[in-house]
Design a protein around this ligand. Structure first.
Ligand code: ZN
Ligand code: ZN
Length: 367
């Protein structure tokens, strides 16, 4: 990841400041996106504890298994390491770095096996989630993060342009899904996280797993796919049709498209996340399909595919420039078909939602 160490230091300083204002003693963060965000170190969680101990006064130490030290040093140069050997108790090592007093915030992805041992080691302390400290920082992307999100979205757009040229009729969803994954790779993705191919009635299940169904002429197909490039996630949905679509399919697609446009218009600085959902939902309600829009309008995206802010009823959080989120209305008609259109959008400096996915949103006729 091409960011220098000062970026991570400044993120840790801001996290420590938020920890102080919440009267926390420290944040403990194990491998995952929070750790990557705060240190630049991205590794898989394992039974050997790796844990950042960030105290409220801003001192940061990464507790790390000795054998992982070379990778940690390379990923997070300058970060203080507390190496532990195979015969040592890493929980005790982490606990010893936590200042006296007050509550300890732990990352939400910390394994229960670690947290339970920490609680037993520090029985008189209280524990709380680190998300309220870190998630609001992660929700507002800096310039390098926005560049990464734009690059991965453009890669997904290029892949979709080629997906439209695939042959669909007579092939299984799984085969098409494998082609989509290969195209994402060819267009620059490091990793493909999911390929949803929901053909015909399967499209009515929003997260349908690409399966053995053979695609036929007359099918609408929901294609939703994404992955990562330089750690940042893509997520795009387009609906295509094998051969000319029916009047009903066109009508439903049109309603979804207008709902997405209403979402874009509503997504402005200071507007509550739930009001963007409501703006899109109203369009679908008025088209008569309100009961078939069965999920929230969108989710934030960054190092994780789903993160704050969530565009959902009940979330009154105001949108702020630098936020990146999906706008993905859908209509799902059980037993018939589904339609969804999804872009990733960013709230720009002018406080306006700007699409990162710009590839054609129309109901493409495929063969
Ligand atoms: Zn998606
Ligand atoms: Zn999404």
């Amino acid at each position: 990841m091409p960011i220098d160490a000062t970026v991570f230091r400044s993120r840790r300083d801001r996290a420590a400041q938020r920890a102080r204002s919440r009267d926390l003693a420290a944040l403990l963060v194990t491998p995952g996106s929070d750790l990557a965000y705060l240190t630049g170190h991205r590794i898989h969680e394992s039974e050997r504890l790796t844990c950042l101990v960030l105290t409220a006064d801003g001192s940061a130490t990464l507790v790390v298994p000795e054998l992982e030290a070379p990778r940690a040093r390379a990923a997070a140069p300058g970060l203080e390491l507390r190496l532990w050997s195979e015969t040592e108790d890493p929980i005790a090592a982490a606990a010893a770095l936590v200042p006296r007093g007050r509550a300890i915030a732990v990352g939400e992805r910390m394994w229960a096996s670690f947290l339970l041992r920490l609680q037993a080691t520090l029985p008189d302390r209280t524990f709380c989630p680190a998300a309220p400290v870190v998630a609001p920082l992660r929700a507002i992307k800096d310039a390098s993060e926005l560049a990464a999100l734009r690059a991965v979205a453009q890669s997904a757009d290029r892949a979709y342009t080629r997906v439209r040229e695939l042959v669909f009729e007579g092939r299984t969803e799984r085969e098409v899904g494998a082609d989509i994954a290969a195209l994402l790779g060819e267009e620059g993705h490091d990793e493909v996280t999911f390929t949803i191919v929901g053909s015909g009635p399967n499209g009515a299940s929003p997260h349908h797993n690409a399966g053995e169904r053979r695609i036929a002429r007359g099918d609408a197909i929901v294609l939703d796919f994404g992955g990562t490039m330089a750690w940042y996630c893509s997520d795009i949905t387009r609906t295509v049709h094998v051969g000319p679509p029916s009047a009903e399919t066109v009508r439903v697609h049109d309603a979804v498209r207008k709902a997405q446009e209403a979402g874009y218009k509503a997504a402005r600085e200071g507007v509550a996340a739930q009001d963007v959902d409501a703006a899109a939902r109203t369009v679908i309600d008025e088209a008569g399909y309100g009961t078939y829009f069965i999920h929230r309008l969108g989710h934030g995206i960054g190092l994780d595919g789903h993160e704050d802010p969530y565009l959902v009823r009940g979330n009154s959080e105001p949108l702020v420039p630098g936020m990146a989120f999906s706008i993905e209305p859908g209509i799902y008609l059980p037993g018939k078909f589904g339609v969804r259109i999804e872009d990733i959008a960013v709230l720009n400096d002018k406080g306006v939602a700007e699409p990162l996915n710009e590839v054609d949103r129309s109901l493409a006729v495929v063969s």
